[in-house]
Design a protein around this ligand. Structure first.
Ligand code: NAP
Length: 247
């Protein structure tokens, strides 16, 4: 596609952070299959990112560590220079940390907060100026059940996700008058590499607590992104996709 053609198109442009695998990768595939142009952000998993971009149409891989403000600016500049607009930002990049409070170092805390929460501040700040000019846009933050309920031995992670939900509500209030919507999707337990440390026994114990008695799939989250995209009156909401684990 020529650059000018890309800029003139009515096709929606989305950025999905941390989308080389897991939930993010599924969101990229779903958006591509629904005729979006998608910027697939990755940090370490270059080969996976390139594989998806070859298999799905209009998917553009871009390397950026979203915990770094300068790299986030490069990511947003890439989207604007190439396509002239950003319609949807999905803040999906995230890392987990399972440690007690006594074992959690200041560096651990910093790393989780920078990757999961500061990243969404950086991306939202940079895309907002373009969305305000466009008078349209949608930001979706992938938070977590733990941001709502808190989780033992996952304090830093839970704090980062609660922060994301607060960001969602604050920005929904602030940006609504510019016709920009901001929502969170708060997954329960989803079958990805993030949970690969769990043994079968540990998983079965978790299922006992979940009314639907199973993990969710990456598609459960990706289809929720599309649902939110297609419902223009929903903003400032934390949508829980968790098999009934928390109500
Ligand atoms: P995952 O399989 O571990 O994948 C994490 C993704 O984040 C990878 O694509 C990774 O990319 C990217 N990433 C990590 N640090 C990054 C950085 N600094 N810059 C850019 N990208 C970075 O995780 P997942 O299960 O799909 O989780 C996706 C999101 O859902 C996370 O925010 C997570 O907290 C949230 N969530 C997951 C669950 C669950 O049960 N899985 C539950 C609740 C919430 P690279 O490999 O390229 O670095």
């Amino acid at each position: 596609m020529e650059e000018n053609q890309e800029k003139n198109t009515q096709i929606k442009v989305a950025i999905v952070t941390g989308s080389s695998r897991g939930i993010g990768a599924e969101i990229v595939k779903t958006l591509s299959s629904n005729n979006y142009i998608v910027i697939l952000n990755y940090n370490k998993s270059k080969e996976l990112a390139e594989k998806i971009s070859k298999e799905f149409k209009n998917v553009y891989p871009f390397k950026a560590d979203v915990s770094n403000y300068v790299e986030v600016k490069n990511l947003i500049d890439f989207a604007i220079t190439k396509f002239g607009k950003i319609d949807l930002l999905v803040n999906n990049a995230g890392i987990d940390l399972v440690k007690t409070i006594t074992d959690t170092t200041p560096q651990d805390f910093d790393n989780v907060l920078k990757t999961n929460l500061y990243s969404a501040f950086y991306t939202s700040k940079e895309v907002s100026k373009y969305m305000i000019n466009q008078k349209s846009g949608h930001i979706i933050n992938i938070s977590s059940i733990w941001g709502i309920t808190g989780a033992s031995c996952e304090m830093a992670y839970s704090v980062s996700k609660a922060g994301l939900d607060a960001m969602t509500k604050s920005l929904a209030k602030e940006l609504g008058l510019s016709n920009i919507r901001v929502n969170s999707i708060a997954p329960g337990i989803i079958d990805t590499e993030m949970n690969s440390f769990l043994t079968e026994n540990e998983k079965n114990e978790l299922y006992e607590e979940i009314p639907l008695k199973k993990m969710g799939t990456t598609n459960d989250i990706a289809s929720c992104v599309l649902f939110l995209e297609n419902n223009p009156y929903i903003t400032g909401q934390i949508i829980q996709v968790n098999g009934g684990w928390n109500m």
